[in-house]
Design a protein around this ligand. Structure first.
Ligand SMILES: NC(=O)c1ccc[n+]([C@@H]2O[C@H](COP(=O)([O-])OP(=O)(O)OC[C@H]3O[C@@H](n4cnc5c(N)ncnc54)[C@H](O)[C@@H]3O)[C@@H](O)[C@H]2O)c1
Length: 438
């Protein structure tokens, strides 16, 4: 649950154009020129979006929606204090989607709502910035791609490293051939997470509409370990820490490896070696992904996770490495990168100044304004679907306990009924249940 630093100082530092002149999005805009916005889900990350968006002058905050009315009220207060605007608040996202003044939505709900919410928003003609992982399962990611295309809207996913200058520099260096041909990439997640405890079913907090919070997923009794924030450790709502922190670094690793497809062979080993709590996903996980033919050569991507480690790996809590035929690059988005040649000669250090959340917003909002389109998004739904699918595929390999053979074009497993069952999920009868062709 690492949220990126987004202080005003950081924001100004990471938008170089600000030093020279005031770009459009910071100029005071006439009300009619502002982008009408709904922010949906204003917990940890959603309130980070709100604080960062409040620094722009081209936003009209129309709606703050959260199934927890206390959280919606708190975020609306933040907006009012920072901008003087008074957005309406509500618990049901349909109120915002019915408002024709809303042009775009920021969605930072738990993962089980990403696809249902984004598809409904696309159907209502709204552009969507949705948090990572884009989906709860692979079918949902595909439905999101189809819905964006069908309704002519853009969907950007919250992997803000894709808009961060130093991460883009590393990728450029890899593409320039500085470490030769990159055959293997690795992403890791080594940190000490909290014990979730063992909690019985209980009454939801008074401010939370738990039925709305569950949305289209099959009903389970409320537990205090679900809301706020800890839903991510349960099969029903999240994808464990692979889909939480791991997806950021796996996405960067895949980007540098240069593979724009799914893997065709997946292996995993994992367990709960440390925690004896309610969480269902493994605290220790190793996944291997093999890409069959990239210009006639195989590529491999490795993900490694231990979330009980009070220390970093290679100096980075969340990091990446690329292994090339002429050298390697090791580092992470928080602290930067080292480029090594043969015999570990240090060739170059690429410094980090944090991640550029404001820049990622701007990349999305430019497309909303018509100054770009799906092809100019740094983390569009097509791109993120490939990275989020790695989390889902790794998790399925762990859950089935065997080597999986995947057909990247058809997004199906080869002769594997048990694995195929995890490609999608069951929904209850609900207005938000995603449907093909919606
Ligand atoms: N990009 C990043 O760096 C980053 C960092 C942290 C979290 N995240 C992502 O942000 C998302 C939210 O995570 P969080 O830690 O803020 O969780 P959280 O539980 O703190 O917040 C989620 C909020 O969404 C609300 N909600 C649930 N269903 C809703 C619905 N249908 N409509 C409106 N509101 C709804 C909940 O009441 C809650 O307040 C997750 O997808 C997570 O992966 C991204």
């Amino acid at each position: 649950m690492t949220t990126p630093p987004t202080t005003r100082r950081h924001f100004l530092k990471t938008v170089p154009a600000l030093a020279a002149s005031t770009p459009a999005f910071l100029r005071s805009e006439e009300k009619g020129d502002r982008i009408g916005l709904a922010v949906i889900g204003v917990g940890g990350m959603g309130s980070n979006h709100v604080r960062t968006l409040c620094q722009r002058k081209d936003i009209e905050f129309l709606w703050i929606i959260d199934t927890d009315s206390d959280r919606a009220a708190a975020a609306a207060k933040t907006v009012e204090e920072a901008t003087g605007q008074k957005p309406k608040t509500g618990q049901d996202l349909r109120k915002a989607l019915d408002d024709e003044r809303v042009k775009a939505c920021f969605m930072a709900t738990p993962d089980h709502w990403h696809a249902p919410g984004a598809i409904l928003a696309a159907q209502a003609g709204k552009h969507v910035y949705v948090e990572k992982p884009c989906s709860h399962n692979i079918r949902e990611g595909r439905l999101m791609i189809e819905a964006a295309a069908r309704h002519g809207v853009v969907i950007q996913v919250g992997t803000q490293s894709r808009s961060t200058a130093h991460v883009r520099s590393v990728i450029d260096r890899i593409k320039s051939g500085v470490i030769g041909e990159v055959l293997v990439a690795k992403a890791w997640n080594s940190q000490k997470r909290a014990d979730q405890g063992v909690k019985p079913a209980s009454t939801p907090p008074a401010a939370l509409d738990y039925d709305l919070w569950l949305g289209p997923v099959p009903e389970v009794p409320f537990k205090a370990t679900y809301h706020p924030a800890h839903w991510r450790w349960f099969f029903h709502f999240g994808a464990g820490d692979f889909g939480n922190d791991g997806v950021h670094d796996t996405d960067i690793a895949r980007w540098g490896l240069g593979v724009e497809t799914h893997p065709d062979r997946i292996q995993a080993m994992g367990d709960k070696l440390f925690f004896r709590d309610d969480q269902e996903w493994p605290d220790t996980l190793y996944c291997g992904f093999e890409y069959g033919g990239v210009e006639g050569k195989k590529r491999q991507l490795i993900y490694e996770q231990r979330i009980w480690s009070p220390y970093m790996q290679e100096g980075h809590e969340n990091g990446c490495a690329w292994y090339g035929t002429g050298g390697m690059i090791v580092g992470g988005k928080a602290k930067g990168w080292q480029v090594y040649g043969p015999k570990n000669e240090l060739i170059e250090t690429i410094a980090s100044d944090g991640v550029d959340l404001a820049g990622h917003h701007d990349n999305f909002l430019r497309a909303v304004r018509g100054e770009g389109d799906a092809s100019t998004l740094n983390a569009g739904i097509v791109t993120n679907h490939l990275s989020s699918a790695l989390c889902h595929l790794g998790n399925i390999a762990w859950r089935t306990g065997r080597t999986l053979h995947f057909d990247p074009a058809g997004e199906t497993f080869v002769d594997d009924e048990a694995a195929s069952a995890f490609l999608q999920r069951d929904y209850r009868e609900h207005w938000a249940a995603p449907k093909a062709g919606a």
